[in-house]
Design a protein around this ligand. Sequence first.
Ligand code: NAP
Length: 282
Amino acid sequence: MITGKTKTLGILGCPVGHSLSPLMHNAAFAALTLDYIYVPLPVEPDHLGQAIAGLKAMGFVGMNVTIPHKVTVMPYLDEIHPSAQLTGAVNTIVIKNGKCIGYNTDGQGFIQSLTAKSITIKDKTAVIMGAGGAARAVVYGLLEYGIKKVIVGTRNVAKAQEFVKLFPKSRSKIEGCNWETESFIQALQECDILINCTPIGMSSNKETQLPIQWHHIKSDAAVCDLIYNPSPTDFLVQAEMRGHIIMDGKGMLVEQGALAFELWTGEKAPRKIMSETLDKFI
Ligand code: NAP
């Protein structure tokens, strides 16, 4: 029941109609009988600054941020947590004492989804395909939690080289290369965890295949895809056929949401309810 005391949260993006976050968070508030509501906040890029000021003025307690505002929202915030600073993007805002504080829960969310599948990262080698926003969050999480080496493969080597420069303190642990080179084949041979951070495999992008030569990959390597719809993607189907442990993007979606929920409410998020709610809609 919405009352005069109900605290308001939402998801800021353009568009937001496809987002499952309102369903997931409202189910979590209902499960814990917390007096919060989570609404869609469709905001055009030109109105982003006004929207942030308005949400602050209207007493919102926080929000999630999605495409295309994850980076452009940063100048409008009062403080940026290291998780967002190092990822270069914000996916969660907490509004407290009139201040907007930006966080990024994607990296830790990814790591927690690996942990839930008993995939360990300490002293392992990871190969990442793609060098966009999600790859940044994943690499931030992997470095925070003790990965030995990360190789970032892209279709465009310049993008991989730029990506590597984003992590100057971990320079010795990251390499970038074009994914059609010998260096990438060598990376696949060393790889313990292979992660698709591109949209290749989404329903809108099904015609393209990731350039993986499966025989190069160790049989005990884990294979992950950040995509959660469809699940499994063709990439994961092929990995599973070859006996690899696989993980889709749903765990990360739940975990990044759960971490945001905990930042807003201070309560432990009901992950099982959140996950079951998503299952009804994915
Ligand atoms: P992004 O910032 O647009 O980056 C996409 C990356 O994929 C770029 O490196 C891009 O390369 C590459 N790419 C795109 N299309 C390609 C193609 N046809 N061939 C080769 N490379 C291609 O996107 P993002 O935000 O990182 O998201 C990436 C994926 O992760 C999406 O599928 C998204 O849904 C998923 N995701 C899942 C979660 C979750 O919670 N599970 C969270 C965030 C994202 P160029 O730079 O060369 O274009």
